[in-house]
Design a protein around this ligand. Structure first.
Ligand SMILES: Nc1nc2c(ncn2[C@@H]2O[C@H](COP(=O)(O)OP(=O)(O)OP(=O)(O)O)[C@@H](O)[C@H]2O)c(=O)[nH]1
Ligand SMILES: [Mg+2]
Length: 523
């Protein structure tokens, strides 16, 4: 689906387009097996800031005053940003009075700022937040964007807009507000006071999704560590707010942002949290050897390793399945894959390599997660080749590519040869494809669904992985037939083969370290 520029369109068309987009986005997330889904989670181009930077902005020291003005109140734009995604009647009058433990599905309203870039960028960012919220299991009721130069230090949105948000919340009967930023504890509390429902930020949302998806013991430990890391500086904030909302659903430890070591354990003091974190770090370190052994084995056998990396939902697992016919979970949800999967694959000319699927990246991936998943991500950092999978059916693949490069940079993986795999060719706009291909060399256009371009990709992988370089001329007696089959195995390249009276005569390329094995047959 293409995302045409809004300029020049009739307002009705704009509204229609937004409605259609919002609807298809929701459909896409809910119907996880619907193969025909077209829209993708979006990302904002210009607002690409590292988690570190946004955190520095957000974690100011408990300041709680409003700035002078209430931002640039571009009312028309703000109105347009108020999209009704799903209408629900208002059943609850005053959320702070309600025993909302019983509400099962979280019903959320999203709030974001448009501080830079175009209106489309700002909307894309909110769309991505909606996809994240849906992935976490909530229903998105509405979303608002305020045009401002910078977040209000007190309530994130300006005072007036925060009040409008409160109205939207009470009109829609939402029980949670999700903010498209990382909030300081004081901002979160102040905003909660205005909107009267639980407020969580983007980082908490992503951590929550990871908590839901972690499968392995290591993955679970890594997520818990990241959650505690996030919680620690916010301890006072959560505690204060929860004591004010005693009996609330959040206090019961339900809902987004509270799975894992969330608000139920709020009574833990910092020391106990630190102890727990130290224990988790030790556990994760202790689990590393198993992974390290496997990796060392692969290194010893010099099997080339290819790591699949890329933005979440780009089609990494689909591509792994396509290349290896492995049954890896493919889901139209963000962060379906958390635990790295390693599979064997063979190039068209018979060279073996390993192919590993990894956790997806996202714009402003919380630094806590990059830290906690470092050992998993390091797997990417040690690969011989990186397949960087890009969803080219997305309106703005460039910013996803940039976000992935940023994470690769952080784990020191930018020096590794990279093949940019433009996936979902079947659903992509030719203009977008052309634009991305102009900006990036070494791209290959594929569709994991239709199989288009997969042969080109396989050929590119074969050309990029380290190949055996040592040429040997061998004569193998017929009595040693097993050696011939070994040569036909996956890490030798056969240049010529003929039968002679004394045995099989072969010219082959082998890896340097396999030289000894065949030394006795060298002619
Ligand atoms: N149209 C189209 N859709 C695709 C293609 N490849 C994958 N998809 C869809 O994109 C969605 C995500 O695919 P996955 O393979 O789970 O993506 P992923 O990158 O592993 O995602 P995470 O593990 O969640 O980060 C699924 O709904 C796939 O069916 C493709 O070539 N064309
Ligand atoms: Mg996956």
């Amino acid at each position: 689906m293409t995302h045409s520029s809004a300029s020049g369109e009739q307002p009705d068309n704009n509204d229609q387009r937004r409605d259609d987009e919002a609807k298809s986005l929701i459909d896409r997330i809910l119907a996880s097996d619907a193969a025909h889904a077209t829209a993708s989670p979006s990302v904002s181009g210009d607002s690409l800031i590292s988690a570190q930077k946004s955190r520095a902005l957000a974690l100011d020291a408990g300041e709680s005053r409003h700035t002078e003005d209430d931002g640039d109140q571009l009312d028309l734009a703000a109105r347009h940003a108020l999209r009704r995604v799903e209408g629900l009647s208002t059943e609850l009058e005053d959320m702070s009075e309600v025993e909302y433990r019983k509400v099962r599905l979280e019903r959320v309203v999203l709030a974001g700022l448009w501080t830079e870039g175009t209106a489309d960028d700002a909307e894309n960012s909110l769309h991505e937040l909606a996809a994240l919220a849906e992935t976490a299991g909530s229903t998105v009721l509405d979303g608002v964007i305020q045009r401002r130069h910078s977040p209000d230090p007190a309530t994130y949105l300006g005072k007036g807009k925060a009040q409008e948000l409160a109205d939207v919340v009470s009109d829609t009967g939402a029980d949670t507000v999700v903010v498209d930023a990382e909030l300081a504890p004081s901002q979160r509390r102040a905003l909660e006071d205005v909107v009267r429902v639980k407020v969580i930020d983007r980082t908490a949302l992503i951590l929550d999704i990871f908590a839901q998806h972690a499968q392995s013991r290591e993955g679970k430990a890594q997520v818990e560590l990241a959650q505690l890391e996030y919680l620690l500086p916010r301890l006072r904030g959560w505690g204060d707010s929860m004591s004010r909302q005693a009996g609330g659903r959040a206090a019961a430890g339900e809902g987004i942002g509270s799975r894992g070591p969330g608000e139920t354990k709020i009574e833990l003091d910092r020391r106990r949290i630190r102890n727990r974190m130290a224990k988790l770090r030790r556990e994760i370190a202790a689990m590393a050897p198993a992974r390290e052994t496997k990796r060392a084995n692969r290194r010893r056998n010099k099997v080339p390793s290819v790591a699949i990396a890329g933005y979440t939902n780009a089609g990494k697992s689909s591509l792994l399945n396509r290349l290896t016919r492995a049954g890896v979970l493919v889901e139209n949800a963000l962060f379906a894959t958390l635990d790295p999967t390693v599979r064997k694959a063979v190039t068209p000319d018979g060279l073996g390599y390993t192919l590993s699927d990894t956790v997806g990246f996202v714009r402003n991936l919380p630094t806590q997660l990059v830290e906690a998943f470092r050992s998993t991500l390091e797997e990417v950092g040690e690969a011989d080749v990186i397949l960087h999978v890009v969803d080219v059916s997305h309106p703005d693949p460039e910013s996803q590519i940039a976000a992935v490069h940023e994470v690769l940079n952080e784990i020191d993986a930018r020096r590794i040869p990279e093949i940019i795999v433009l996936n979902k060719a079947d659903a992509a706009d030719p203009m977008t494809i052309a634009r991305v291909r102009r900006a990036h060399r070494d791209t290959v256009l594929v569709s994991a669904h239709t199989g288009e371009g997969i042969e080109d990709l396989e050929a590119m992988i074969a050309d990029t992985i380290p190949r055996p370089t040592l040429e040997l001329d061998l004569l193998i007696p017929f009595t040693d037939g097993d050696v011939v089959s070994r040569l036909h195995g996956s890490d030798v390249e056969i240049l010529s083969e003929q039968y002679q009276p004394e045995g099989t005569r072969l010219t082959v390329l082998v890896r340097e370290e396999d030289k000894e094995e065949f030394a006795q047959y060298v002619v």
